[in-house]
Design a protein around this ligand. Structure first.
Ligand code: FES
Length: 170
C-alpha cells in the first residue's frame, strides 16, 4: 500500500478510534487528507474497524461528501458573467465539454484530468471572454486558444505523472 494512504488510515484511526461507530469520522478524515477514498484505504479501514467491506463501500458511495476517484488536478472555470457570456463563453463552455469528453450529468473529463465549472465574473471584464485554469487566468480566449490551453495542461499532467508523488504540486 502507498505510504501516504497507509499514513492517512493510521492517522484517522489514531484520532477517531477503531470502533465500528467511528466509520464515518474515519472516512471523513481520510477524504480530507487524500482528497478521495482509495480502494486500499477502504480495505484497510474495513480490516481495522472490523466492519464488512461491503458496508464500508456502502457508506463511501452513499454520502456525496465522499469520492472514490482522485480529484482532477486541473479545474477550468468558465466565466458566465454578462460580458463573457455575450462574447462567447457559452459556446466555449460547450466546446470544453466536447473537447474533454465530459459525460452528461457530470463535470469531470473522461481522462480524469479536468473538472469544468461555470463561474461568476472574475472582475476583469475588459478581457472577456475569460477562463481560469486553477489560478491561471486567460483572457480573450478563442476556440483555437482553448484547444491550445487544454493541450498545454494535458502535457503538464503527463510531466507531473513522471514526478514522485511528493513533487506533484500543480
Ligand atoms: S464577466 Fe467575465 S470577467 Fe467579468
Amino acid at each position: 500500500m502507498r505510504a501516504d494512504i497507509l499514513g492517512a488510515v493510521r492517522e484517522a484511526i489514531a484520532l477517531k478510534g477503531d470502533s465500528p461507530s467511528a466509520l464515518i469520522p474515519v472516512l471523513q478524515h481520510i477524504q480530507g487528507r487524500l482528497g478521495y477514498l482509495p480502494r486500499e484505504a477502504l480495505i484497510e479501514v474495513s480490516r481495522r474497524l472490523g466492519v464488512p467491506l461491503s458496508r464500508v463501500y456502502g457508506v463511501a458511495t452513499f454520502y456525496h461528501q465522499f469520492s472514490l476517484t482522485p480529484p482532477a488536478p486541473f479545474t477550468i472555470y468558465v466565466c458566465m458573467g454578462t460580458a463573457c457570456h455575450l462574447r462567447g463563453n457559452a459556446e466555449n463552455y460547450e466546446l470544453l465539454r466536447r473537447l474533454l469528453k465530459i459525460k452528461p450529468g457530470t463535470n469531470v473529463s473522461a481522462d480524469g484530468l479536468f473538472k469544468l465549472e461555470k463561474a461568476r465574473c472574475f472582475g476583469c471584464c475588459s478581457l472577456a471572454p475569460v477562463i481560469k485554469v486553477n489560478e491561471d487566468l486567460y483572457g480573450r480566449v478563442s476556440a483555437q486558444e482553448i484547444r491550445r490551453i487544454v493541450s498545454r495542461y494535458r502535457a503538464l499532467a503527463r510531466r507531473l505523472r513522471a514526478l514522485p508523488p511528493a513533487r506533484r504540486h500543480v
